[in-house]
Design a protein around this ligand. Structure first.
Ligand code: NAP
Length: 242
């Protein structure tokens, strides 16, 4: 089996990515933080579609929890390694900078940026040894152009993009690719309280994207067909100018 770990796969984009990668033949490792019921539903849908999957809960911002979870996974799969990592887990804590609390700043950075660092560092060695790996980082339009009210989120996603470009050059010779996806507005829990009717007027395609559309792009970046693409940030945003 080829294994793909998707962080934050209980809901939204991560769930759609898990379903799609399972359809493409990967055994999917479904990470989540606290929403066990939703994660079990993702796994059920993977299995109902004929795929293989398992749950692996941990907080991506907690290096000890990551280490413990991945050690237990390795013990259960001594001859296997994870060849695809989708760093998807993320949160928003929007506020104007002058009102932003320290925890609003640090929680967003810890989840997106530190989460990327802890998990990717842990899994890279196996990918490099096997000369096969895909790291796909879920960035954002916000990390490319900056969005007011999101200095924390824009900073975290822009840093993730910088890390993507640097790491891609470090590991390219070992046939490990590292790319980022920058979605615009996609219909998930994260965007459900936004004013969709107003925002979609700004989008040339006149609608929010679907999680499955982001999953299609992720699946391509996870596949053998994308072997010569690395260090890139690919926007998927219905034509929003970035
Ligand atoms: P979502 O619907 O809010 O789902 C977030 C997922 O991340 C959930 O599975 C959640 O797990 C998990 N998660 C959050 N914090 C975690 C942590 N510390 N450790 C482990 N898992 C954690 O979000 P989404 O819209 O699918 O977004 C997915 C990614 O795409 C995020 O990185 C987001 O920034 C990015 N993005 C989204 C959009 C958009 O328009 N939706 C646009 C650009 C970028 P629980 O269920 O256990 O809470």
């Amino acid at each position: 089996m080829k294994y793909a770990l998707i962080t934050g796969a209980s809901r939204g984009l991560g769930k759609a990515v898990a379903l799609r990668l399972a359809k493409d033949g990967f055994a999917v490792i479904i990470n989540y933080q606290s929403n066990k019921e939703a994660a079990e539903e993702t796994l059920k849908q993977v299995q109902e579609a004929g795929g293989t999957g398992e749950l692996l809960p941990f907080n991506v911002a907690d290096p000890k929890a990551i280490e413990a979870a991945l050690e237990s996974w390795q013990a259960a799969h001594p001859d296997d390694y994870i060849s695809v990592l989708v760093n998807n887990a993320g949160i928003r804590k929007d506020n104007l900078m002058i009102f932003m609390q320290e925890n609003e700043w640090s929680n967003v950075l810890d989840t997106t940026l530190n989460g990327f660092f802890y998990i990717t560092r842990r899994l890279l060695k196996d990918m490099m040894t096997h000369r096969n790996g895909r790291v796909i980082n879920m960035a954002s339009l916000s990390g490319l152009k900056g969005l007011p009210g999101q200095t924390n989120y824009s900073a975290a996603k822009a840093a993730l993009i910088g890390a993507t470009k640097a790491l891609a050059q470090e590991v390219a010779a070992r046939k490990v690719t590292v790319n980022a996806i920058a979605p615009g507005f996609i219909a998930t829990d994260m965007t459900k309280e936004l004013n969709e009717d107003e925002l979609k007027k700004l989008i040339p395609m006149g609608r929010f994207g679907k999680p499955e559309e982001v999953a299609n792009l992720t699946a391509f970046l996870a596949s053998d067909e994308s072997a010569y693409i690395t260090g890139q940030v690919i926007s998927i945003n219905g034509g929003l100018y970035t």
